[in-house]
Design a protein around this ligand. Structure first.
Ligand code: ZN
Length: 304
């Protein structure tokens, strides 16, 4: 059984090596020395989950921007859109994306709530001021009639009616005050929800920092998460970098190949020198060794 596994592994490695050697290097300078950069890697768009709200045209546009990051760095056409290409770029809706959308919606709702609450408070304060003025006017009138030795029955009835009206107004104002307090409480509650969502979101980000995944065996790039235009461009370029055979650059935060999500959309000097190494022509045995290393790294989850 172990022998069988071993021969399968050797077959897989050599098969993979020879396939990519012949795929990537057919137009190379000569048969024994070829480079992955000799001819462009073709790609196409695959499944785009409608919840991303991204049209295929927009995805193509972003892919073009991402490919140009590498092409500009190398001064060469390295990628090309081809509807029949084997490498597919999928947009797979992920929980992190759902959380991000929820946070945006909550933020919008909170802003609206805050605006409504502010308007109601302003109106309430105006009514309280008007109410206080009426109370003060009534007291002045009562004092005037008292000074004159008492009001006539008609005046007395009018003043009592006014007093009753003010009591009712006070009742309404008090209800409104309660209701405003209630709104404030609801508002605080939503802030709590938002903070919880943000911390869930951050926890998720902490666990899975990259927003895409390149699968060299299935020949797919999957994008899970689109928090911003710049981050999407970065992720597409990062995954395309893996498709070229680039590995992570752990010690350069400014690199496209730094293994965490970022808004970097310019290849750093470290990216460019890694690209130059990948683009150097290689012999078939070298290609097989490189593919063996890539395969092992994929196996142990170091590439994503
Ligand atoms: Zn990666």
């Amino acid at each position: 059984m172990q022998k069988l596994l071993l021969s399968f592994l050797i077959f897989a490695i050599f098969g993979f090596g020879i396939t990519s050697y012949s795929q990537g290097y057919l137009n190379g300078p000569n048969l024994f020395s070829r480079s992955v950069c000799d001819r462009p890697i073709t790609y196409t768009t695959g499944y785009i989950d409608p919840r991303f709200n991204y049209s295929e045209a927009k995805v193509k546009e972003d892919l073009e921007k991402a490919e140009f990051i590498w092409e500009g760095a190398r001064g060469k056409n390295l990628f090309e859109y081809d509807p029949n290409a084997q490498l597919k770029v999928d947009f797979v809706y992920d929980r992190k994306q759902a959380l991000n959308t929820q946070i945006n919606q909550l933020e919008k709702k909170l802003n609206l709530d805050q605006q409504n609450l502010d308007a109601r408070k302003e109106d309430f304060e105006k009514r309280v001021t008007a109410f206080n003025q009426q109370v003060s006017d009534l007291n002045t009138e009562i004092a005037k009639w008292n000074n004159q030795g008492g009001a006539t029955p008609d005046e007395y009835n009018r003043l009592v009616a006014k007093q009753n009206d003010l009591v009712q107004q006070a009742q309404k104002l008090s209800e409104e005050a309660n209701s405003l307090n209630l709104s404030a409480q609801e508002f605080n509650l939503n802030i709590g929800n938002l903070n919880q969502k943000i911390s869930e979101f951050n926890a998720d980000l902490g666990r899975r920092p990259e927003e895409g995944f390149y699968d060299g065996i299935k020949n797919t790039i999957s994008i899970f998460f689109v928090p911003s235009q710049k981050e999407l461009e970065h992720t597409l370029a990062h995954e395309m970098g893996h498709a070229l055979g680039l590995l992570h650059i752990e010690d350069d935060r400014a690199a496209i190949m730094f293994p965490f999500a970022s808004e970097t959309v310019v290849a750093s000097p470290a990216d460019i020198s890694a690209l130059n190494v990948v683009c150097e022509p290689k012999s078939l045995p070298e290609t097989i060794v490189i593919n063996l290393l890539l395969l092992l790294q994929k196996q142990f989850g170091e590439i994503n």
